[in-house]
Write a protein that binds this ligand. Structure first.
Ligand code: F6R
Length: 606
């Protein structure tokens, strides 16, 4: 979603801003802009619709300076257009603002304080910068006073970076619910919504907490809390490697990330294996106790991460002997079910920034419920605000379509379930050798990755020119089907449903007609014959079927065979070929695999 960058005191602000915005491209956006200034009055605002490359084409040599702010916008209020792109300026053109988030009371603010102002676009951000300008200029306030006064009137989520053209050596920032960090450079300082944007410049970052305002100068950073008191805070070192965020020799991040999955499985084993015994897992005692104390686990997640929750539910219940509910975060917060006496909430989130999940975390913490976050991003909002964190160790995931994070999420849930099961001496967990089983999963994925050509050919025949398709499966294969369908639809734009194979005949089979592509996932011997029966039902109605099956269920005419893995981990192995199906279907349609339309990597608005 929207991204913010800013720098003060650098020799080449334009370059730093553009490089920073490029690093944020993966998050999804539809327009971009920068404001660059120096103390001699050279000041330029440039915006463009589309990619950063379109913005770069508009940047001439006059656009240079020592400070500036930049933004990638993912449209919420107003369509993607140059006037709606950030930065926005105040009525007198003195103040320049970029914003991530959504201002909920923007209409009220406009009517109450800015009735006579003219606006060029439709964004909530333009209203905020007009408000800040008005308060400062009409009430003769300092920038800090005026900004603080505006912040008190604003409701919603925001990360702001504000500049005053009269004093462009300072960036004023503030946040509530939306992520924002300060990057500390040598003789210059930076602002960014994601450490990745500035990792080329520094690995030293300062957190900003909700409600704080920060005044950033080239040689000083002042944090002011909600009571106006200056706060001291130690920087942290971001453990991000520049090479982790490059594409290497791959044409797309998605393919690189699919290929990284065996290595991620092995990294998870290495990170969580106990030094005392290779059969035991190393998880903090307080996390184990929190799970053991709970009478019910609520997994809260969105999209792919919620599918990982479904994939983990059955084994988590079996190993921990605790019932698990999997809930969509966008629904849960506004439709809270009757909670058990002593629940534990597990938030699964690749980015650790998903606003829908965070609103649940905030509400549940108010009710006194403990929170464990499972995330790929150390220091992310969901990680900071939870009581406990378990990391995915999957290295940054850049492609919008999540692949390695999904498989890592299931593996880390298995680590936790196994560790808890050992702790409570549950026999299912004790007899489950997770390290051996994850090694087999890594091998199975590796074998699948050698089948790319075959998958590409099958996909060309199976999904060519179709507008819709189905994945079907039963049990764990149903959960894998939900994920497989999401992957296909989000990047290839083929409308695809992941369906419980047995449920088709209760209505949806009406959609099957001559040539409808159906992909069947079959990895459980006990119910394989039922799913095969459902395959026959759709074939009789004209569907063309592609079967993806585990070795122990395979028949001679199956299309893709996956090495058999432990039933607890079958979703990991079964989803990998479907990731490749989505990848090749998208390539064959000539679409940008990594940047599907309308989507953002990190969804920081509710
Ligand atoms: C799909 C995808 C999304 C995310 C969802 C939650 O490929 O990536 O469905 O899974 O937006 O994001 P996180 O996991 O960052 O909370």
């Amino acid at each position: 979603m929207c991204g913010i960058v800013g720098v003060v005191g650098s020799k080449n602000a334009t370059d730093i801003l553009i490089q920073g915005l490029q690093k944020l491209e993966y998050r999804g956006y539809d327009s971009a802009g920068i404001f660059v200034a120096d103390k001699n009055g050279n000041q330029n605002l440039v915006k463009a619709v589309g990619r950063i490359s379109a913005l770069q084409e508009k940047i001439g040599i006059e656009v240079n300076g020592s400070s500036g702010i930049g933004h990638t916008r993912w449209a919420t209020h107003g369509k993607p257009s140059e006037v709606n792109a950030h930065p926005h300026v105040s009525a007198s053109f003195r103040f320049v603002l970029v914003h991530n988030g959504v201002i909920e009371n923007f209409k009220e603010l406009k009517e109450k304080y800015l009735a006579s102002d003219k606006f060029v676009g439709e964004t909530d951000t333009e209203i905020v910068v007009h408000l800040i300008g008005k308060l400062i200029e009409e009430e003769n306030l300092s920038v800090v006073e005026g900004f603080q006064k505006a912040l008190k009137l604003i409701e919603g989520s925001f990360a702001f970076a504000l500049m005053d053209k009269k004093n462009p050596e300072v960036i004023y920032v503030a946040k509530n619910k939306s992520p924002l960090l300060i990057g500390l450079g040598d003789g210059y300082n930076m602002v960014c919504s994601d450490a990745m944007a500035m990792i080329r410049e520094t690995n030293r970052f300062l957190e900003i907490h909700d409600g704080e305002m920060v005044i950033v100068r080239k040689d000083a950073v002042e944090i002011i809390d909600t009571d106006g008191v200056t706060r001291k805070r130690e920087p942290y070192i971001a453990k991000l490697d520049l090479s982790d965020i490059g594409k290497g020799t791959y044409p797309y991040y998605m393919l690189k990330e699919i290929d990284e999955q065996p290595a991620v499985m092995r990294k998870i084993m290495q990170e969580y294996m106990s030094e005392d015994s290779p059969h035991q897992m190393k998880v903090d005692q307080e996390i184990l106790e929190a799970v053991v104390k709970a009478d019910r686990i609520y997994i809260i997640a969105a999209g792919t991460s919620s599918h990982a929750g479904w994939a983990a539910k059955a084994f988590f219940e079996q190993m921990t002997q605790t019932p698990v509910e999997v809930c969509l975060s966008s629904e849960f917060g506004y439709n809270i079910p009757l909670l058990s006496q002593n629940p534990l909430f597990i938030y699964i989130s690749q980015s650790g920034e998903t606003a829908d999940s965070r609103q649940v975390l905030v509400k549940m913490k108010e009710l006194g419920c403990k929170a464990l976050t499972i995330t790929n991003v150390p220091g992310s909002t969901l990680s900071r605000e939870a009581d406990y964190t378990l990391l995915l160790h999957a290295s940054p995931e850049i492609a919008v379509a999540s692949t390695k994070a999904y498989t890592a999420q299931i593996a880390v849930m298995a680590v936790l379930a196994k560790a808890v099961g050992e702790y409570i001496e549950n026999s299912t967990a004790r007899s489950f050798n997770l390290i051996k089983e994850l090694s087999l999963v890594a091998n199975a994925i590796e074998a699948l990755l050698t089948e790319k050509e075959l998958i590409e050919q099958k996909v060309a025949k199976h999904l060519q020119d179709t507008r819709n398709a189905f994945y079907i499966g039963r049990g764990a294969d149903y959960y894998a089907s939900m994920e497989a369908a999401l992957k296909l639809k989000e990047i290839s734009y083929i409308q695809c449903e992941g369906f419980a194979a047995g449920e088709l005949k209760h209505g949806t089979i009406a959609l099957i007609e001559e040539g409808t592509p159906v992909q069947a996932l079959i990895s459980n011997q006990e119910i394989a014959s039922h799913t095969r029966g459902n395959v026959m039902e759709v074939v009789s109605r004209g569907a063309k079927v592609l079967t993806i099956v585990s070795q122990d269920c395979a028949q001679a005419d199956d299309d893709l065979v996956v090495q058999t893995v432990h039933p607890f981990l079958t979703c990991i192995a079964m989803v990998v070929p479907t990731q490749l199906v989505a990848y090749y279907a998208t390539l064959q349609r000539g679409l940008d695999v990594d940047k599907p339309r309308n989507l953002a990597k990190s969804v920081t608005v509710e």
